[in-house]
Design a protein around this ligand. Structure first.
Ligand SMILES: O=c1ccn([C@H]2C[C@H](O)[C@@H](COP(=O)(O)OP(=O)(O)OP(=O)(O)O)O2)c(=O)[nH]1
Length: 152
């Protein structure tokens, strides 16, 4: 199912010098986000910087959110991941989409204007209402967790 999400172009180079965000294949889950920086930037090993995507989105529907995720190739090969590990975009957020880029590798990484640096995935959200109780009804698992079922 396709849902419409409003977005604003904050950088005139998007759609002119660089493609607008789009799905790379018919079944891609993520839209690539580009580094809309004025000039190339270098991330030293261990360094994180907030990089503008040149876009703002407004989901406007509490049953949706979006997440910013690393690109697998960049993360695995160059160690370029996200400083917040995953970026969560709230339905009521209308500001610029920023990408926290973190070089977790051992070598510097150079980012050029327009480089595809991360991906944006839209997800459904279920919002819970908490109900306080004195005790839980028995579930069978109880408090078992953190490996209580063993490794094999
Ligand atoms: O990688 C990210 C993560 C978040 N955001 C924007 C959208 C999100 O809705 C807003 C706030 O994010 P979050 O709630 O995760 O941040 P916070 O540190 O809890 O700040 P706040 O107090 O502003 O909610 O910042 C981004 O642009 N990029």
């Amino acid at each position: 199912m396709n849902r419409e999400v409003e977005f604003r172009l904050l950088d005139a180079r998007l759609g002119r010098d660089f493609p607008l965000p789009d799905y790379a294949t018919a079944q891609s889950a993520g839209m690539d986000l580009r580094a809309m920086v004025d000039q190339s930037l270098e991330l030293a090993p261990g360094e994180a910087q907030l990089v503008p995507s040149g876009l703002a989105i407004h989901l406007g529907d509490p049953a949706m959110c979006a997440v910013i995720l690393p690109r697998s190739g960049l993360g695995h090969k160059q160690g370029l991941v996200l400083g917040n590990l995953v970026g969560l975009i709230d339905a009521d957020y209308q500001g610029p989409l920023m990408v926290s880029l973190w070089n977790r590798g051992r070598l510097p990484v150079t980012i050029a204007p327009g480089d595809r640096i991360a991906q944006l995935v839209f997800l459904p959200v279920v919002r819970a209402v908490l109900r306080q109780v004195d005790a839980f009804a028995e579930s069978g698992r109880g408090q078992g967790g953190f490996g209580h079922t063993g490794v094999r």
